[in-house]
Design a protein. Structure first.
Lengths: 342, 369
């Protein structure tokens, strides 16, 4: 089967990678990145891209970004004539790709179907509507799809980030992947008691007027703060967060190392909250992640951008029970089998 | 009460037919100021066409459709303009009419809009996965107000999880368009001019790529029409793509030699309605024509295995025959011998859908303000 995979963000690339790894042996797979300025256009969760393509998308209005992706994907669909478009998440790039596929009569598979992170973002619902194959990470997502009359197309395959985390572990089996910012990764077991806090913020948190209150709170916790950030955010952050070690954006492997070695992560990224769970690191979520496992178990803690909330969540001890990653292992294989009809 | 600017966006023929009565209804309401937004390519030829004249469509208040580039480039440019329209500075509500790729692009551009965004004639679906993932279903998903074309469409939207506050049973707008054009259509005499005896011929309207773009299917269609014309003269609405494919696959000569099969090329909506109204029955794969024929009480044989116009089947006027000549002939014989079941119009098919759509828009816009 000829399959085109399109990702529009770091998280979407991370989730698609293990599925692509399963598809590559038996199918003709092409992966395309539609990245925004400043992102690291790599695809390195263990699935080397057979023919990666990248489009730099500027910061434009959503419809303009969808339109840019549509324009870019249309000739690719004509040239490759895939039987399936595999998309993920809720980015404008994924919607643009799905729009092009709809017009061309190409079947669509949507990974992370039924997930609702931000109810104000219609993209996930639009992708679910367009997709023939709905790959849901958890029961709540399946139930949402059923409420929309889509249960016949849905599979609860599990969270593919469990497989992505495992694959990333294999990228650097000796633990010699250097972390930026001068931090040395340690592979001691148990986890070193004091390392650093990994802070990763997207557009929503960076634009929040409450952002400056975050960094004094982190300083009171007493851990160094490591923060990957693109150039466009760096100037603002350097002014707002004088004690924070701001580094270049990390590729997937380095990000996984950084998560695994952190005392905790604080982020508004739903993907990073899920990745932290699968790496056994506490995540303080500044935005909803729609990740019931993490939230129920206490590994993912919802916080607001205020000092008290952040300090209390960061200082609470890790849960006694380890993350239940096993329930999700094999999600990427189940997804690959479902979309190829095996 | 302040005046509400309501933008009606349409991009292709079927959309224009449905937009016309909606614009007329908005024009008649003192509290509304309609804006006709043309989102298709090539505005000037359309503006000068008999279609626009028959439908009494006003000049477009805005032309946002692009005419140059690939389809994706055109739609992308249209989306960018539509997003500005949806920001709320120039309109208080938006009605998307039709289910073309361009209208889907507009719907996605409007999906984050704070305005009421309606999709007229919502809820039309083929059964199964094809219907669920169709362009019409995607437009419905992006819209926040869904005037349903029929009871079946209304129930389908509720089954898809849309709330009672989003779905309104309005009926099909095409009924309003027909009601506005029926008198001139009946006076038009298109059948007689084409040498066809009123109620003594079958009209064939075939447009779907599933038939036209497949040589084997087109061949089956010609065979089917050959059988039908033995019982009843057949007038085929010929368009450029159909003519091209018939030539290309060497079917034009076969069709040309059939003694009781002729071609018609209706210009405008009135002439088309005149032919349809005069037909004994219609053979078609076009959803809109199934609606139009059912509104006029003309039996329909649908040349497909399924239809998204469930109301026309449920009321008994529409028989799905696919390209099965035997099944088609049974229905043709029934129509000729007056044994085809006489169907009542579906509920809410009263030619007043536009009023219900506007009422729903005003109610929603009023709640917002």
């Amino acid at each position: 089967m000829n399959i085109l995979c399109v990702a529009g963000s770091r998280g979407e690339r991370a989730r698609l990678s293990p599925v692509i790894a399963h598809l590559q042996g038996d199918h003709d797979v092409v992966s395309a990145f539609i990245s925004r300025a400043g992102e690291v256009p790599t695809w390195d969760a263990g699935a080397p891209p057979p023919a990666p393509l990248a489009l730099e998308m500027s910061d434009a209005a959503p419809a303009a970004r969808v339109g840019a992706a549509l324009r870019w994907i249309e000739p690719l669909l004509e040239e490759r004539r895939p039987a399936l478009l595999l998309t993920c998440g809720d980015s404008d790039a994924a919607v643009g790709a799905a729009l092009a596929a709809s017009f061309a009569g190409v079947a669509i598979a949507h990974l992370d179907a039924g997930v609702v992170v931000d109810p104000a973002n219609p993209n996930g619902r639009l992708l679910d509507q367009a997709a023939t194959f709905l790959l849901a990470p958890h029961l709540a997502a399946v139930e949402r799809l059923a409420a929309l009359g889509m249960e016949d197309s849905a599979l609860q395959c599990g969270d593919v980030l469990a497989d992505a985390a495992e694959m990333a572990q294999g990228l650097s089996p000796n633990g010699d992947c250097p972390l930026p910012g001068g931090y040395s990764p340690r592979r001691d077991s148990p986890r070193p008691a004091e390392t650093y806090c990994l802070c990763y913020l997207g557009g929503g948190a960076l634009a929040s007027p409450a952002l400056p209150s975050l960094f004094p709170a982190l300083a009171r916790i007493g851990l160094p703060v490591l923060m990957p950030a693109a150039a466009r955010a760096r100037a603002r952050l350097e002014a707002a967060a004088p004690g924070v070690k701001i580094v270049e954006p990390l590729d997937h492997g380095a990000m996984q190392q950084a998560i695994a070695r952190a005392a905790f992560v604080i982020t508004d990224s739903p993907t990073l909250q899920r990745e932290a769970y699968f790496r056994g690191t506490v995540a303080l979520g500044l935005a909803p992640a729609d990740f019931p496992d993490g939230e129920r178990s206490g590994w993912v803690r919802r916080v607001d951008l205020d000092a008290q909330s952040v300090i209390a969540a960061a200082q609470a001890p890790p849960p006694e029970n380890a993350p239940q990653a096993e329930a999700h292992h094999g999600a990427s294989l189940r997804a690959a089998q479902f979309v190829t009809g095996l | 009460m302040s005046t509400l600017n309501i933008a009606v966006v349409a991009a292709e023929r079927g959309g224009f037919v449905r937009a016309a009565p909606l614009l007329a209804e908005l024009q008649a309401r003192a509290e509304c100021r309609p804006q006709f937004v043309f989102a298709g390519p090539d505005y000037v030829p359309y503006a000068a066409s008999e279609l626009f004249r028959d439908l009494r469509l006003p000049y477009a208040d805005a032309v946002i459709g692009a005419s140059e580039g690939t389809p994706a480039e055109r739609i992308a440019r249209t989306m960018a303009v539509c997003e500005r329209l949806a920001s709320g500075t120039d309109a208080d509500a938006i009605v998307l009419v039709g289910r073309s790729p361009t209208i889907l692009g507009c719907a996605i551009a409007c999906a984050r809009s704070p305005l009421p965004v309606a999709h007229a004639d919502a809820g039309l679906r083929l059964p199964g996965i094809a219907g669920r993932t169709s362009i019409a279903a995607q437009i419905d998903r992006a819209a926040n107000l869904l005037p349903a074309a029929s009871e079946q469409a209304h129930d389908r939207l509720l089954d898809e999880g849309r709330g009672e506050d989003t779905v309104v049973l309005a009926g099909p707008l095409v009924g309003d368009a027909i009601a506005a054009c029926l008198e001139p259509a009946r006076a038009n005499g298109a059948a007689e001019r084409a040498g066809l005896e009123p109620k003594g011929f079958a009209l064939a309207v075939v447009e779907s790529p599933a038939i036209i773009e497949h040589a084997a299917h087109l061949r089956k269609l010609v065979d089917l029409l050959a059988r039908v014309q033995e019982e009843l003269p057949v007038a085929v609405v010929v368009h450029r793509r159909l003519a091209q494919r018939l030539e290309e696959w060497e079917l034009a000569q076969i069709a040309g030699e059939l003694p009781r099969l002729s071609n018609v090329e209706p210009r405008g909506y009135v002439e088309f309605l005149s032919l349809l109204d005069a037909a004994r029955l219609v053979l078609t794969d076009v959803g809109g024509v199934q609606d139009e024929a059912t509104f006029l009480g003309v039996p329909v044989l649908t040349l497909a295995e399924a239809t998204d116009r469930a109301a026309t089947v449920d009321c008994g006027n529409n028989t799905l025959v696919g390209l099965d000549a035997f099944a088609a002939m049974q229905a043709v014989v029934a129509a000729v011998t007056n044994e085809y079941p006489r169907a009542a119009r579906p509920a809410w098919w009263d030619g007043a859908a536009g009023g219900r759509v506007v009422d729903a828009l005003l109610q929603r816009a009023g709640k917002r303000s």
